[in-house]
Design a protein around this ligand. Structure first.
Ligand code: NDP
Length: 245
């Protein structure tokens, strides 16, 4: 996506992969490779947070970075996952209540981005440990057995259930209840139709997988790498075209 956009916009940007083994060496390796920017994925987003000299508001509460840009002898850190998710909602941005299933890294960025926009957000997770982070930030949290008889406009699966298996994130009975009055169902997993998404389709609900979130977080990173010198809509168009190749 990045290389396709760079080529079409005629700029000397090249995006490649690097397998980082030791997160503590991120800063040293960034400089030794002579990079101008990078994206970071699991499990190094927290190490990236520690490596940066300046932290953007998008990453401050999450304490995890997925985009680094080098400028004026400093590393600037951002998190584009949550805003990428929000942008990918398109016409569903208007909904007011969101239930996020899962309490991992992606749930943090999505929840914080939604909260910043005044949405009502509840985080549900199968175990209690990871919910503490959200409780401390003032979110309503719940284990699955406490979610019965609740209605939300949007139900988001941010767990990895269904990624490498055929599991649902929670009991089918609870999902049936949650889907009944939901207006939009979103699974952030991309590249496969998960049982969660299959079930949303069986309920004839409007739904989406995580492809657009992936594209939009990349668009936002590209805007950072190129210091907003292009129109976001033009970059978006190129990223979508790249995904269709
Ligand atoms: P984490 O490992 O940080 O969190 C995983 C969460 O899923 C935890 O809350 C965990 O619960 C829960 N979970 C895992 N397995 C199950 C299961 N079988 N049933 C119920 N709950 C389960 O992962 P991330 O948040 O980083 O990523 C989650 C998913 O999001 C991945 O599938 C990833 O591919 C996708 N993703 C998509 C993006 C996109 O751009 N579209 C961006 C980032 C992630 P517990 O606390 O109880 O262990």
């Amino acid at each position: 996506m990045h290389n396709f956009a760079a080529k079409n916009l005629n700029i000397p940007l090249f995006y490649s992969r690097y397998l980082l083994k030791d997160g503590d060496r991120l800063k040293e390796i960034f400089y030794s490779l002579g990079l101008r920017g990078c994206n970071i994925t699991v499990p190094h987003k927290e190490s990236a947070f520690l490596a940066c000299d300046e932290i953007d508001i998008s990453a401050r509460d999450i304490k995890a970075i997925n985009t680094i840009f080098y400028k004026d002898s400093k590393l600037y850190g951002y998190n584009t996952d949550g805003d990428g998710f929000f942008q990918s909602l398109n016409e569903h941005k208007e909904h007011s209540s969101f239930l996020i299933l899962g309490a991992g890294g992606s749930a943090k960025s999505i929840a914080i981005s939604l909260k910043r926009r005044g949405k009502r957000v509840v985080i549900g997770n199968r175990s209690k440990e990871k919910l503490k982070f959200f409780g401390d930030l003032g979110f309503e949290t719940s284990t699955y057995d406490e979610l019965k008889n609740r209605d939300f406009d949007v139900v988001v699966n941010s767990t990895s259930a269904g990624l490498q298996d055929e599991n649902l994130p929670c009991e089918i009975k609870l999902l049936k209840e949650l889907f009944k009055n939901a207006k939009f169902i979103y699974d952030i997993i991309y590249g496969k139709e998960t049982p969660f998404l299959k079930m949303a389709k069986e309920f004839e609900k409007e739904c989406s997988d995580g492809r657009d979130m992936l594209i939009y977080q990349g668009v936002l990173a590209f805007m950072i790498f190129t210091e907003n010198q292009f129109l976001e809509d033009d970059v978006k168009r190129l990223f979508f075209r790249a995904m269709e190749l």
